[in-house]
Each structure stands twice: as C-alpha cells, then as structure tokens.
Design a binder for this molecule. Sequence first.
Ligand SMILES: Nc1nc2c(ncn2[C@@H]2O[C@H](COP(=O)(O)OP(=O)(O)OP(=O)(O)O)[C@@H](O)[C@H]2O)c(=O)[nH]1
Ligand SMILES: [Mg+2]
Length: 700
Amino acid sequence: MNETNSLYIAIAGNPNSGKSTLFNELTGLRQKVANYPGKTVEKHVGVLQDDPDGNIRVIDLPGTYSLNPHSPDEEIAHDVLMGWSDDTPRPGLIVAVVDASNLERNLFLVTQLLSLGIPVVVALNMMDACRASGIEIDVVKLEQRLGVPVVPTVGSRREGTAELKARILSTLKQPSVPRSVVQIPDAAAREVDRLAAHLQAHELAAAESAHGEALRAICTENSFSHPRFAAARDPLKTTILAARDSLAQAGFAWYAIEAEAGYQWIETLMAEVRNVREARLTFGERADYWLTHRIVGPAFLGLIVLMIFVSIFALAKPPMDWIKHLFGYLAVLVVNTIPAGPLQSLLTDGVITGVGGIMVFLPQIMMLFFFIAILEDSGYTARAALIMDRIMGRVGLHGRAFIPLFSSFACAVPGVMATRMIDNARDRLLTIFVAPFMCCSARWPVYLLLAGAVIPNTIVLGFIPLPAIVLVSMILLGIVAAVATAALFNKTILKGVTSTPAMELPRYRRPRLRMVLQTMWERSLLFVKKAGTVILAMSIIMWALTNYPHRPDAAPDQQIKQSFAGTVGRVIEPVISPIGFDWRIGVSILSSFVAREVFVSSMATIYGTNMSDPHRAADLQAHLRSELDPETGLPFFTPLRALSIMIFYVLSMQCVSTIAVVRRETNSWKWTLFQLGYMTGLAWIACFVLWQGGRLLGWS
Ligand SMILES: Nc1nc2c(ncn2[C@@H]2O[C@H](COP(=O)(O)OP(=O)(O)OP(=O)(O)O)[C@@H](O)[C@H]2O)c(=O)[nH]1
Ligand SMILES: [Mg+2]
C-alpha cells in the first residue's frame, strides 16, 4: 500500500460520542473506549476494512465541541480536519459522529464541518440511548436539511455500522461538497467575503473552504497565530482585526457570530426533526443526586473501593495458590533435569522466582481490572472523578483535571498525556505535577505483596481484612498528597487563577459483560506481557548482579553481599537505612525504576536465591515472612517496615516512563527534575517520620 496515495477519512465529533467505538468497527483495531469524555488525545490511524483496494485510511480524532480549539487535544482534531496537520493529508471525507440523545449540542460541530469543502457522512450514534429517553428523530428530514447522508447507529452493538461503511464507500465514489447551512447576518457576510478573498489571494485557503475558514478566523480569538500562517501573519492579522473592528462598530459581538447563527439554525431544525414522546427523569438522573452528593457521594465511593479490596482478598487465594504450585512444579522440574550450576540457578533463582513472584498476583490484578471495568462501563467512574474534583478544585486544580488524574489510576503516562485537554499552561503543569501520586496499577503488586505478607490478616468490623484497609489507605494517601501538593504549589510557584469549565457526565448504563471481560482481558494480557518481557529481563539482570562476581565457596548470604548488587546496595545504605530500608530493599527499589512491579521480582530474586526448597520458588510472601532481623532475631519485615516501603512507593516518582512523558509534555527538563526531586524528597521525609516516629513509639 502506498501511503501518499491513500485516502484519509477523519472521524470527528464531540467527546464521548462514540468515535473510537466506530473507528474500531471500521478498522478492526482496538482503540481505547470507555464511558467518559476525553480518552482519545492523539490521532490514530487504521485501514478501512472490507475496502476492495485497501488504500483507505481512517483517522480517529480526539473529541472536540467546535472547530475553535481551546486545548491541545482539540487542536490536533482541528488541524487534521482543516488539512493543516504536518503529518496527515487533508481528509477526503469526514465521518461526523453525533450523539443522537444530545443532538443540539452535537450538531454545532457538524454545522462547522459542513463548511470545510469536504464530503461529510453523519453517524447518528447512540440511537439506543436516544430511544430510551423517549426521543424520536426524523432521520429522512435530518438528512434533507443537512444535505449529507445520515446513518443511525448503535456503535457499541454494531448496529448500523455496515450501512455506515456502505454509505462511506458510495460517498467516496461520488463525492459531493456539502453546502454551508448556516446563515450569518449580511454585514458579517460582507466581512467574511472580504477575508475569504484575502485568504485565497494569499493561497491560505482553497476556494471551497475559504468562506468557512474566514468566518472561523474572525470568530476565534488568536486564529492568526497558528504556525501555518507564519509567513503571512502580519497582513492577515491586520485584515482580521479590521474585520472585527467594523463588525463591532455595526453592533456585533464578533466572537459570537458563528455560534449564534449556528445555534439558531439548529433550533429551527430541531423543531422539525425531533419529537419528544415523554420527557422522564431517568434512573441515572435520580441516582446522581445521591451519588454526587457532597457527603453521601464520597462515603459511597469509599465503600465501593473498600468492597473491591475486600473481595479481592477474600476470593483470590485459591488461584494464587495454583500459580505458586505451577511455578514450584516448574522449579522442581528444572532442578531434576538440569545439573546444579549457573544454568540451573539462572532458571530457578532468576527466571522462575522472579517471573513467578509477580505472576502470583495475576488473579488479584485481574479481579481489580474486572471491577474497574464494571465501574468504567457503567459511567460511575466519571462520578467518582467528579467527587474528587470538588476537593481538587478548592486547591486550584482545573475543572478538567479530573480525567487526567483519574486516568493516572491506571498509569501516569496516559494520565499526563490526558492533560492535553486542559486549556492553559499553568493548570496543565499543576495537574502534571500531582498526577503521578495517583495509585497506578504498577504499584498494586508492590502493595499486594507487602500487605498480604506482613500486615496481619485480622478482620475488622466483622468483614474487612486489615490488609484491605491498608491498601485503601495507600490510595487515599496518594490523593491527600496530590491535594496538599496542589494547594502548596498553587500558593507558591504556580500562582494563578483556575478556570473551571463544567464537565459533562456520561450517561449511566448497565455494564455489558462482553465489554467488561474484554477490557479486563486486554489489561491483564498487558500485565502478563510485562512479566514476560521487562520483568523477565530485569529478573535475569538481577540474578546476574546478585550472583557475580561469583565466589563458589562463600555462604549464600555472603555471596549476595559481595555481589555487584550487594556492593551498590551497601553504597546507598546510609541514605536509606534511616527510613527502615536495608541494602536489599534499596537495590530492589533502584531496579524498579524500570517499572514499579520490578520491585517484586527483584525482591524475589534476592530472597529466593539459593533457596533450599524449589517448591516454594514463587512464594515470595512466605520468604519475606520467614526473614529474620540479624540483630534482634525477630521477623525483619515488620508491619512498620512494610508501611514505610509502601509509603515510599505512594509518594516517589519511581518510574522512567513517567519521567519521560513529563519531559515530553512539559518540554522542560527543569520542571521534570524538579518534580522528580520534590516527589523523592517528600517520600523520603514521610518515611523518615514514620519509621523513626514509629520506633520511638515502640511499634514494630
Ligand atoms: N449506549 C450506547 N453507547 C455507546 C454507543 N457507541 C459507543 N458507546 C459507548 O460510549 C462510550 C464512549 O465511546 P468512545 O468510542 O470511547 O467515545 P469517543 O467519542 O471516542 O470518546 P473520546 O475519545 O473520549 O472523545 C463507551 O462506553 C462506548 O461503549 C451507542 O451507540 N450506544
Ligand atoms: Mg475516542
């Protein structure tokens, strides 16, 4: 396939209208789909399926409410649609995805898309939700009035998607440029004509789209500062400012001309095509009163999170045992077939112990992903984020910070990228600063390991295991640290006023088992893949670092102590012993810079090396429990020490990928290193206070 000859179809629409769902249907790919706005923040390209020539490409775009971009993600969509993107040719067709149950607002973007001089096919998506709320839409009439094909779809159930594909292909065969539907006042039209002529004369716009572009250039605040106009900026700016001046003199608010005309047109249209049978308060709307209530809301959220961890601890033990046995069996097999020596040791002490040590947590991780997918698909997570956002808003975080923060619960990398939906630089930076405090899924194995191994499994209040409470506390601590940090920076280095645009909440929906299982499966697969790649590699490296330089006659613990890892560990020990870490913990923490989960496999390799019983290869928790403190002869991994390690992981920026993405998104090493230093310092101080304070109080 030849890329330059490819035809590009852009999928555009408001956030959360189902663009990525339809993109996945059209291309057979698997872009992230979930029930909250702002998931897609970059463009993604795929090949249209079932196309005989196979050279039609489909681009999934970030959601946008209009072609007047306000934030970096909207700019990406805007530039592609305008044909101004450096790496994507001007699309040959636009699929405008609209949410049928929220037609008025969604149609505004469509009115703008119709002025681009590019054929448009409208996907009238979410028809099921529309019908459920008692709204009927006259599709034939809508099609006539828009002048472009309109295809009703239910993307999530694949309804109408074949028809959509067919209409796309037939429109491509006989492309016709839509006509603009919106009528602007004569005085404005004259200015638009004049500017359109200027754009064409300077080859800044093509004939068929010049009028739309001119109108938008007048109505969008800094339209002339787009890099595309670099060479012709000054004359263009003068012309635009002159147009605005004369409009202002004629009594127009220049920035509102397009929006007013657009919404007026839509209002008339809606009266013709929409019929509301009965307006009724849906169950979700009634539930939302309580679920987002100031007191009931957070309490309910806390309860849900707690219940999730309770069930994880209550249900995951049997499958965890199976996995332990499986790896134990593998270790025995290796011991019985391969003669003692470096190879046997590499396979058992390095690979099986390291990878097994982390794979043991697969059942718990899968259960977590399962519950999270349910919450996501139902629409509840957006409410959870809203509850958090109320707290965050008070400390100067932007109203749109909640999606980035909420995404950071999976991983800070997409979280930091999602800050692109925030429109000003200060607010973006503040959000980036606090995003890595959210409990990413790579921390779970660390917490699960330590809480499960060391925190006594006593039952509190009749049904809550203590380890579950500790886990929830770690999540809360991350949130508290984020809030406190935001409050501090808001008053000091990042002073400023926050804008708080209202964020809309997605509709509630009964979670669909297929979607939930699919999401769980995909994320679990990533976890397993990581275990088979990064963690496997790190296990082998850690094995080598702990076994070399090799001293055949040294006792096992002497061997480790004199190995490369031991040497490094003892160098850093003075820094970490005040917070309760010995050199082995220190080395494991260092190695986990690659990915936090590596902590678990590194600990497994260090503690599992030369173990006497290969059956227990993967049972790191048992190894930790039986480890004794050489000074006191008592258990080394006390609850206090375990807490100190966990808190270190809550607060420190222990992850190269996060550092890299912060560097990229802030475009500044200064801020990146500042954040790294701040978070590590905070982690160290918190652990110091806990460890020293705890020991003074005689805790163990
Ligand atoms: N009820 C219903 N839900 C749908 C339909 N199409 C998609 N969804 C769901 O709506 C949610 C949003 O879908 P996405 O495809 O992620 O939306 P998007 O437009 O790509 O969203 P952003 O990338 O955030 O702008 C998901 O939970 C989908 O499963 C539909 O026709 N009906
Ligand atoms: Mg999307």
